[in-house]
Design a protein around this ligand. Sequence first.
Ligand code: SAM
Ligand code: SF4
Length: 474
Amino acid sequence: MDTTTLSKTATDFIDDAYLEGLIDQPTPDPAQVREIIAKALDKQPLNVEETAVLLRCDSPELIEEIFAAARELKTRVYGNRIVLFAPLYIGSYCVNDCAYCGFRRSNPDSLRRTLTKQEVVDQATALEQVGHKRLILVWGEHPWYTPESVAEVVKTIYDVKSDPHGEIRRVNINAAPLDDAGYRIVKESGIGTYQIFQETYHHETYAKVHPKNTQKGDYLWRLDGLSRAFEAGLDDVGIGALFGLADWKFDTLALVAHAVHLEKTYGCGPHTISFPRMQDASGLDLETFRLVSDDDFKRIVAILRLAVPYTGLILTARESPELRREVMAFGVSQIDAGSRIELGGYTEVGDSQVQVVEKEQFKLGDIRSLDEVVRELLTDGYVPSWCTSCYRLGRTGEHFMEFAVPGFIKRYCTPNALTTLQEYLIDYASDETIAVGNGLIDKEIQAMPESEQKTTLLTRMAEIRDTPKRDLYF
Ligand code: SAM
Ligand code: SF4
């Protein structure tokens, strides 16, 4: 890999002093806050200065107004749909030494492993057999994990088909930043989103947790990682920050700065933003980190929702079921469910609720089954979705942004959510989940105005119910 060639537009666009200056200003005037909330509710992205105003609010009333606006905006833009996926860890060898991660090279207790091709097939089969259609594959950073090997794993997974109608329709990646040639190879294999988390955008903290003599110690190489992806033609990217390293307000603001930078430079912002919170991992002393409270975590999610109305927000199973349930309403669009992050976890740990910290990167807060999570979503009035239509129809990157105009998501995403939910209920769900799910489908269909599209949807729902036809999307 050529680690010396950055993107054509490479620049360190994170100005710590400027962002800190924005955060350090006095508590804002409520009228100014309400003006910014109104702009966000009008589905206009916020700039960093406006986002900073929301971050500076500390009165309970204004924070409650921010929460209410985030709930409202989520419903307006995304409807009540939640997209479901599962992580699949492929390899835990790592040459980096990130102070927060169980896979760091200096951790002698980490049980290292890379799945063989047969093991990848077994894991994908197990995931398909509980109803998953969308995966995110995760690797440590190691010379063994070449773009060619990543592409090979992706293709292997797409080829796994299992009874009754099991198939993975979208594979996303969370792995080390690549060079131009590497992204091209991985893109060829048909991936969805390529995710790279900056972890923290705060330069001094970044240097503290990522030793200089490691690849990840190069701040700009990582910050520029997704710009290189764009230039290699991979326009579906996910950014993220690990909350618990630096000041949460700083990293929230920097995430928005990163989104603005991509939008300005490539005409398209990130497809998703992730905001993992530090969890316990093998050999860590959590007390030494700047952990983020539940209350502040809710503010992060709500403010991101308002700042980037068309960017998907991903809430992972690092969080507890209770917190996930609450935060979901603030604008989350994707969650993982039924997740196991031990290598081989989907076949080797069964239903065990015990997590062995040496076998995983960090501890998960929610290890309920996919069926349990789906049932809870349905009970709370959400429509679980396994839709993969946009990326298969080329509606990604700049084109996705064109489509993501008001109404698009409800027009295409809701029907696709309903057909994939119908598939799930028929092929995989427990009786209890089927009962709640059928009720919700009826309600959603009744609420749709009569149209040609509704007639087509009803035909497709009947085909899924009465025939082996699957994967019918708008
Ligand atoms: N090794 C690649 C990298 O670092 O970019 C791939 C991703 S790593 C396996 C997945 C992500 O997990 C990291 O980017 C980091 O944000 C997160 N992570 C690491 N340690 C964590 C911990 N103790 N708690 C929560 N998340 C953690
Ligand atoms: Fe390796 Fe990624 Fe963990 Fe850092 S976060 S030690 S690069 S697996």
